[in-house]
Design a protein around this ligand. Sequence first.
Ligand SMILES: Nc1nc2c(ncn2[C@@H]2O[C@H](COP(=O)(O)OP(=O)(O)OP(=O)(O)O)[C@@H](O)[C@H]2O)c(=O)[nH]1
Ligand SMILES: [Mg+2]
Ligand SMILES: [Zn+2]
Length: 359
Amino acid sequence: MNETAEDFGFTALWKAEADRAQETALTVANPPLRTGRIVRVERGECDVVTTDGRERVASDSLRSQDDLAPVTGDWVIVGETDTGAVIAHIVQRASTLARRDPSEQVIEQVLAANIDNAFLVHGLDRPLRAGRLERFLVLAWDSGAQPVVVLTKADVDDDVGEEGAGSIAEELAGVIAAVAPDVPVCLTSAVSRLGLDDLDQWLTPGTTTALLGESGSGKSTLVNALLGSEVQETGEVRGSDAKGRHTTITRDLLRLESGALLVDTPGIRAVGLWDAEDALERVFGDIVELSDGCKFNDCSHGVEPGCAVRAAVESGEVDIRRLDRFAIMAAELEEQAEKQVERERKEEKRKNHRRKNKR
Ligand SMILES: Nc1nc2c(ncn2[C@@H]2O[C@H](COP(=O)(O)OP(=O)(O)OP(=O)(O)O)[C@@H](O)[C@H]2O)c(=O)[nH]1
Ligand SMILES: [Mg+2]
Ligand SMILES: [Zn+2]
């Protein structure tokens, strides 16, 4: 099969953006330049599908924006150098799915770019923690993607009947309704193919949907079921607690026959938040709204008098645990913002120092 950029969502808009960036790309690479989309990132190399087809290029040398690392879903301009083809430029992203880098504490890690929908994948073979779902929701809303909770492995729920509702599914639906009442939920099974058609409303031609979730939640299995072929490797979960073994290790952009695009991703352990205050307020909209009624503008909903949020907790309207989680995530974002300012200050200092030494 001869794939080209057109198969991966190369619209007139992206073409115009890429054309504008040609000149910049020429500062670091030679013709022939070609535009393409990154379909896989590996250490130091990327697979790019360009207007000419699929090729493997070096990702991290000589880029015109060297502070930006290319990620799956990016539109890029590829050019030639003495040592071979390189990514010369990353076209300005329409959106990014990003979290706080789990290894380095104060940098952002972009998981994927130019994503329209985020499937938050969760298996019926394990409990769903509200806090975890909230974090995934913040990540999704912050990117601008439409979140959809996709429950997998419906076939393990003995009580799932004709209408799709079962006892485990119902329990999880309760958790989801409490923290994300406005987010669509789909119950699926890759085994019985239950609910797969429901996903079609998001999987429209040319749109890109990323699958996010814990290892073992069934992301790759779902991708294979939608592809109708075993393209992605899948792995057994541990019997005792249904934990996965981190089978998928790269972020892969794959094309369905319909023309919809999927990004399968490695399982996520920690969802550290990054620069997502607005999204946080969206996910905790109920608490934010209540806080309008607090006596003090900067109320921490702790011991202050006239706190409308505490009052709502006492009346049972708001779950105290939800308030606690909100406070933790808000503090986390505040800390991240402070550290980031500090880091930028240091970097600026370093740059100035270098400039002075050059003179
Ligand atoms: N019964 C049942 N098992 C499923 C279903 N979907 C996935 N599984 C099983 O769950 C296990 C994990 O599936 P994967 O697709 O590898 O999970 P993943 O989310 O891609 O995991 P990582 O790549 O490690 O992040 C495998 O043993 C699958 O066979 C389903 O719908 N029903
Ligand atoms: Mg996988
Ligand atoms: Zn308050």
